[in-house]
Design a protein around this ligand. Structure first.
Ligand code: NAD
Length: 365
């Protein structure tokens, strides 16, 4: 903890201050535990539904304020096990793979105070059921914005410049002589990019795309977002105009009852034939049947998806057979730093909820 230099100098003030802070926090935790033991009180129980990145687990363990039980696996907890384990807990740490609905909250009982999801999306939780019981909800915005935006740009380029198809051709002997029209795709220079849902991630994507020479950004949302739009000089338009004018559409909205299936044959039929469609939000915003038809019929040029319904998409799914559809297995936030930051923020939210403090990132219910 304390650095002493080779010359035997005394540690500096900041070192001493950090040591003092560490000792005080250890002492507080120890006293709290001792006090609980003395009064025969049990620590609040917390259930963690998956093996999570180390930063998050370390934070929960070192807090000393809760008794942790975990589904220690990389695969989701079976529903029956989840329903059994949540009984009597005060805090639930979950992932986007768990449907936290009336059934789970009922199984948990009245002790449950806080649910913390290691995701920015919260469409897998029943907000009404949480609100009804006064349970608070934590989520992980901001810490994943950059990683998701970066992956969206990578997916857009892979789709529009046909990278996966081209790599396959190089490997499988399809690479003949250099041909003027072979493997041609669509470039971003002088293009119009349409953003469906201009939130944190939408803006971060636009900022990364701008240096590619994009001529114009359009966006549509529930309302105009003048401050965010000004940072990327984006113009507010209706969904129809976005479809008609964009060379690239990137979907960045939250999944809600209003956005469920919003990308359907009506939308695809209005898009340009050379347009590229990208979705890194949630699979259910797209009607996949309609997307398949649009790709097969040449209604649009190509699609890149990081999210699908269901997940995983069955390997024999028709969309996986198309050359003009690039599908990734929901990896938009998958950098080591980001996943650790998400796990840590979700842990902070949970611990704050257990202590009855303000959550660092709380979904207003
Ligand atoms: N693929 C991944 O791994 C991954 C990772 C992170 C986030 N996501 C998804 O991305 C979404 C956006 O994240 P964010 O941090 O930018 O959230 P955000 O809340 O900042 O942005 C979401 C935007 O969608 C808009 N929106 C909501 N309903 C709409 C509607 N009916 N029509 C048009 N726009 C609408 C909101 O007004 C908001 O501007 C998340 O909800 C999540 O589902 C996916």
């Amino acid at each position: 903890m304390v650095d002493v230099t080779e010359a035997g100098e005394l540690p500096d003030q900041s070192c001493l201050w950090r040591l003092k802070r560490f000792l005080i926090s250890e002492f507080n935790t120890w006293s709290r535990l001792e006090a609980m033991k003395a009064t025969g009180k049990q620590l609040p129980k917390v259930y963690v539904t998956r093996r999570i990145p180390p930063e998050g687990m370390k934070m929960l363990q070192e807090s000393g304020i809760c008794e942790i039980e975990q589904w220690d696996s990389d695969d989701p907890v079976p529903r029956a096990e989840l329903l059994k384990k949540v009984s009597g807990i005060q805090g639930l740490y979950c992932l986007l793979t768990e449907n936290i609905n009336e059934e789970v909250l009922k199984a948990a009982g009245p002790s449950l105070k806080v649910v913390s999801t290691m995701s920015v999306g919260y469409d897998h939780l029943s907000l009404d059921a949480l609100k009804k019981r006064g349970i608070r909800l934590g989520y992980t915005p901001d810490v994943l914005t950059e990683a998701v935006a970066e992956l969206t740009v990578a997916l857009l380029l892979a789709t529009s410049r046909r990278l996966i198809e081209a790599v396959d051709e190089a490997k499988n002997g399809g690479w003949g002589t250099w041909k003027p029209l072979w493997m041609c795709g669509n470039g971003l220079t002088q293009s119009t990019v349409g953003i469906l849902g201009l939130g944190r991630i939408g803006v971060a994507i636009a900022k990364r795309l701008k240096p590619f020479g994009v001529k114009k950004f359009l966006y549509t949302d529930i309302d105009r977002r003048p401050e965010l739009a000004a940072t990327i000089s984006a113009e507010f338009v209706s969904l129809d105009v976005l479809a008609q004018q964009s060379d690239f559409i990137t979907v960045c909205c939250a999944l809600t009852p209003e956005t469920q299936g919003i990308c359907d044959k009506r939308l695809f039929s209005k898009m340009k034939n050379n347009a590229v469609f990208i979705n890194t939000s949630r699979g259910a915003v797209v009607n996949q049947e309609d997307l398949y038809q649009a790709l097969v019929n040449g209604q649009i040029a190509a699609a890149g998806l990081d999210v699908t319904v269901p997940e995983p998409l069955p390997v024999d799914h028709p969309l996986l057979k198309l050359k003009n559809c690039v599908i990734l297995p929901h990896i938009a936030s998958a950098t080591v730093e980001t996943r650790n930051a998400m796990a840590a923020l979700a842990a902070k939210n949970l611990l704050a909820g257990l202590k009855g403090e303000a959550l660092p990132k709380e979904v207003p219910l």
